[in-house]
Design a binder for this molecule. Structure first.
Ligand code: XMP
Length: 305
């Protein structure tokens, strides 16, 4: 376990030394890793840091407001409202890898535009130890290691939490006074809700996934899952009043895992499952059916795409 106080002091001193009088930029995602990296960097260099948060339209419920509130004290914070541009680019895109590619590319464009408007010579990233291991092993192509640095010709990369595991990052987050919604936040995939909508992502389906994910997160907090979420997986027939309707099928997933590489579907009690079903169909009328996913990883992945 990390010794938090000396860690914070050392990390701040190291960032100060590395960046000096130059400017730095960081892409905030709303997650705990980039939040801690940003908080440490801001402590070190203040407004020489420009934190950039891109709202892709694929974020969790309330995430943008959360970021705005949490980092309100950073005058240099930039919030980019890019929802329309992302949805435009996702129109007609069905293939999961193509989706990831489109989102990654659009993200880089948005970030590049912000970066060129600053004098940033350094890129701060919230890369943690398992990210580096996975990237070095070539297991995941979608992580943040080696992604953004090519965007602008930076003098250096600053990775203040590079040697920490997730639970250690959470400890540092608590010590830095970040709220519980940030420090205890479940992992969320980079492409956001796009991997929780099977097939084409539309603003409407993203809204359904967002609301359903929020309900699942709230209802399953007591189970302390590694990740719990909902995905829009297709369409099916239901009845509303006297009418048959063609509505969304929402799959609920809740898994235990140590590192996301393998996972076990959690055993939930019937009452909880029914409460989730009734809240989702009650709050989102376009949902006709809610199912629970009992598949472990392997053979399934955690996300749907
Ligand atoms: P899978 O679905 O591959 O997910 O079993 C394993 C872990 O990785 C997260 N995940 C992603 N994270 N970009 C990310 O940054 C992605 O494209 C991506 N896909 C999956 C997933 O949420 C889980 O924690």
């Amino acid at each position: 376990m990390v010794d938090v106080e000396p860690f914070v002091d050392d990390a701040v001193a190291e960032i100060r030394e590395q960046v000096g009088d130059e400017h730095a930029i960081i892409a905030l995602s709303g997650g705990v890793d980039s939040s801690v990296a940003a908080a440490l960097a801001y402590e070190a260099i203040g407004d020489q840091l420009t934190p950039v948060y891109v709202d892709t339209g694929l974020m969790r419920k309330g995430e943008t407001d959360q970021v705005r509130e949490t980092f309100d004290y950073m005058e240099s914070l930039r919030i980019v409202e890019a929802q329309e541009r992302f949805f435009d680019r996702l129109e007609g895109v069905l293939d999961p890898e193509e989706k990831r590619h489109v989102i990654g590319e659009q993200f880089i464009r948005e970030f590049e535009r912000e970066a060129t408007g600053t004098d940033a010579r350094y890129l701060v990233q919230g890369t943690i130890y398992p990210d580096r291991i996975e990237s070095e092993g070539g297991i995941k192509s979608h992580h943040n290691v080696g992604g953004l640095p090519d965007v602008v010709d930076f003098d250096g990369i600053v990775e203040p939490v590079r040697d920490l595991y997730k639970d250690e990052v959470r400890e540092v987050a608590r010590a830095l006074g970040l709220e519980e919604v940030v420090s205890e936040r479940m992992p969320f995939p980079g492409p956001g809700l796009a991997v929780r909508v099977v097939g084409e992502v539309t603003p409407e389906k993203a809204d359904v996934a967002r609301e359903a994910c929020h309900i699942v997160e709230e209802e399953l907090e007591a189970y302390d899952p590694w990740q719990a979420f909902a995905a829009v997986v297709g369409k099916g027939t239901g009845v509303k009043g006297d009418n048959r309707v063609h509505g969304h099928i929402v799959a609920v997933r809740s898994v235990e895992s140590r590192d996301g590489m393998t996972a076990r579907a959690q055993e939930l009690d019937w009452e909880t499952l029914q409460r989730i079903q009734s809240r989702i169909t009650g709050t989102v009328p376009s949902v006709a059916r809610v199912v629970y996913d009992v598949t472990h990883k392997p053979p399934a992945t955690i996300e749907y795409e």
